[in-house]
Design a protein around this ligand. Sequence first.
Ligand code: C5P
Length: 234
Amino acid sequence: MKLDARERLIVALDVPSVAEAEALVARLGETVSFYKIGYQLAFAGGIDFARVLAGAGKRIFLDLKLHDIGNTVARGVESVARLGASFLTVHAYPQTMHAAVDARKGSPLRLLAVTVLTSYDDADLAAAGYDFTVSELVGERAAQARDVGIDGLVCSGEEAALLRPIIGADMVLVTPGIRPAGAAAGDQKRIMTPAAAIGAGADHLVVGRPILAAADPKAAAGAIIAEIAGAAPS
Ligand code: C5P
C-alpha cells in the first residue's frame, strides 16, 4: 500500500480533557495528520472534538471497539460515519462485523476489527469460555473479518507478519505497542520499533506515550515519521 510516511503515524490522544488534547494538537501542528481518540477522551468531550479535528482536515481514528446487537451497531456506525471519522474499531464477532460493514456502505469510514485484545493470554481466553489459544483465535477472526469485508485489523507488530498472508495486500494493519529504540516500554509487552513494525507489514503505527511524554512532542513525532520513511515496507 502506497502511503505517505506522515499519514502512517497515528498519535493516540490519551489525555483526560479536550483542553489538553487541543494543546497537544496545536503543539504538533502540521507534523501530525492522524489522531486516535479512545474511551478516555471520547467520554470527556472527545466526540465533538473529533468532529472539529475532522473539519480542520485531520484524520480521525475512533477507537471505541463497538460490540452490541446488530441494529445498535449499525446505527452507531452511521453516526460515526456522519461525523467524518476515517477509522473505527469493532470487535471481531461475525454479527457485529456484518452489521458494521452494511452500515458504513457509501461512506469513506474504514472499519478495523479487534481480533483478541492484546492484554489477553491463553488463560484469559479459557477463563472467558473459549477453547482456542490466542494465536488460533486471532487467525480465525482475521479470516472472518476478511470474508465479511472489514477494511483492516488492529494487531501487534509480531502479529502483522503472521496476518498479512491471511488477509492479503488490501486490508490495513494498524499496530500499537510502538517504541523507538531506547524508549520506555511502560505496560506494553510486545513492543517494536517503528522501522521493525513497518518491515513486518504494518500500514499505520499508533503511538501514545513516546510522543505525549516527550520533552518535545513535535520533535519525537518528526523522528518517528523519519524512521517510517526510511523503513522498507514488507
Ligand atoms: O502509549 P502507547 O504508545 O502505549 O499507546 C498505545 C495506544 O494504542 C493506546 O491508546 C492503547 O489503548 C492503544 N492500543 C494498544 N493495544 C491494542 C489496542 C490499542 O496499545 N491492542
